[in-house]
Design a protein. Structure first.
Lengths: 330, 330
């Protein structure tokens, strides 16, 4: 009886397996992407790097995918969200710093004139960053960002900042991970800032975030060890810094990289110059209605060289307006 | 017929599952560890941090375990193996550097007098490091280390260096990973040096190696991007540097840390000062017969403060001679 039963059971199992395959294949992994060249290119790339008998097959361990954050995973207008954190933090710290009323760039921030404050250029930005990021422990900084995210709201949408994330990119992250890619953030923003929400928001754990940083010291405070953030730059993870940061943290070249500005150019260049199948993706902000439209002349997220050279280099330019059926996550 | 068949099949499956459970439970996950307090403490820690209803339960994402490399995962006598690489590399590069014959510390290395070469202290070591690590691309360095590992042999055992790894520690790494710990190397040695063999030797991918480094530049060479190693220190991942490096790369505090020298003290201090269940482990080199015996007065891997304070801090001191049934992997 068992003997005659076996083939039946086998064929039932085979049918079930087939059904699962069919249903997996027919379920759209990127439902918020309109059918178009960008979506097709992504799916074709994943298929040919993960299919065992493909000439472009890549072993799971080498399936490294890196993503810029500002303007690529979440929005960056009207100002980088970390800069909004800095501005609001300066205001809440002001009572402890009466001297700020007469010192730039703090005075202008407190007067609500962000433009004037930032007219001081790099020096002004550095002063504001150090005043809000240094002199506290890593745990205190983490808590401060966590508290801010819980209460702060975007000036245009009224939504929490960590909800202003792009649904198509969340789907792309999940799709790559479902195909055994390891997803990393490689951001010009602060590594400790992004780590606070990256795991919950993007499913990316702290150890897979690469970013800009200030130096840290190890101290014993009241008998307990603490890591204290120092007012000294450690690393700028932007432009040439991105491949350098990738090497430092990841130690191997990605096969997939996504960005949206010329700050990501070198990351895509480094990624796509490697041997074998590679994917470079640039999100082009073209949707003034659902998001913002900006590129060559933007003060934030400037994209010019990427638009000029990207297509020649085989990079996929995502036209947000046409390629995305939906922009923000619900 | 199917109906009557089902319970039988089910009970057969249940019996099989039970058998697997029993065999798993009875299989010793640490066969090269003698039964003793160290082995018992490790197993008890893993049980109480991974059992769902335990008050000390830790979610898988937070199960971060960090391991020193020299003297903890592989041997470090008579000299750090990376230093042996440097010495042998200086010799093979000498024909391209006739000036080395008259310049210290190179002249002494070429004369076979390592002691005299290293008498120049930090400056001498830095000169030797830069001469062998800088001015080449990351890929060239990687290949050079790979070639060296393939042919170099340890002066005492005649074995390849990446075979002089501790079997009990390999089992510990595998045991932790089988219990959903993520294992990292946190080494005072060079991050790019250790990454060359860490994946194959320890099952630890490049992105889970933290270490000392020199700076890197991103350059276009003959139309192709390259990362070039520069003769400038970037980070020393030793002593206070270990918790700092852990924060920079991992972004959260480990719950398990293993080392063997006072260079690991702060890593264990930082790890075990966290809330909840924590484990600190120090390998004490006590076996002059099967390995080497050294601690307080050693020029390499000095262990004094760890021996004095470790037990009071609840750290487990592994007595290599008594706790390990076997030392090196076959």
């Amino acid at each position: 009886m068992l003997k005659t039963n076996r083939p039946k059971r086998r064929s039932a199992i085979a049918a079930l397996a087939l059904l699962t395959l069919v249903s997996t294949a027919s379920a759209d992994p990127l439902p918020s992407w309109n059918d178009g060249t960008a979506k097709k290119a992504i799916i074709a790339f994943v298929a040919r790097t993960t299919t065992a008998d493909s000439p472009d097959y890549v072993a799971p361990a080498a399936r490294i995918a890196t993503f810029d954050n500002d303007g690529c995973l979440w929005a960056e207008q009207p100002l980088y969200f970390q800069l909004i954190y800095i501005i609001e933090r300066i205001k809440s710290l002001a009572p402890e710093h009466p001297e700020w009323k007469d010192t730039e760039p703090f005075a202008s921030i407190l007067n609500g004139d962000v433009k004037k404050a930032l007219a001081g250029g790099k020096k002004a930005l550095l002063d504001l960053t150090m005043a809000t990021h240094a002199g506290i422990t890593t745990e205190e900084f983490d808590q401060s960002v966590r508290d801010w995210l819980a209460t702060a709201r975007h000036p245009k949408t009224g939504r929490p900042y960590n909800e202003m994330v792009y649904q198509p990119m969340l789907e792309l992250l999940a799709y790559l991970r479902a195909n055994d890619f390891k997803t990393f953030i490689v951001t010009g923003g602060g590594i400790d800032f992004v780590r606070v929400f990256a795991e919950e928001t993007y499913g990316i754990p702290p150890e897979q975030v690469v970013g800009s940083s200030i130096k840290t010291s190890y101290e014993i405070r009241e008998g307990k060890p603490a890591l204290v953030k120092l007012p000294e730059l450690n690393f700028i993870d932007d432009k040439e810094g991105k491949p350098i940061g990738i090497h430092q943290h990841i130690g191997r070249r990605p096969i997939f990289a996504a960005g949206n500005s010329d700050g990501d150019f070198q990351m895509l260049e480094w990624t796509t110059a490697g041997k074998g199948a590679r994917f470079g993706l640039l999100v082009h902000h073209t949707d003034a209605e659902r998001e913002w439209a900006y590129d060559r002349d933007s003060h934030i997220g400037k994209l010019a060289r990427g638009l000029d050279e990207g297509p020649k280099r085989g990079w996929t330019i995502v036209n947000m307006k046409d390629d995305w059926a939906r922009v923000f996550a619900e």
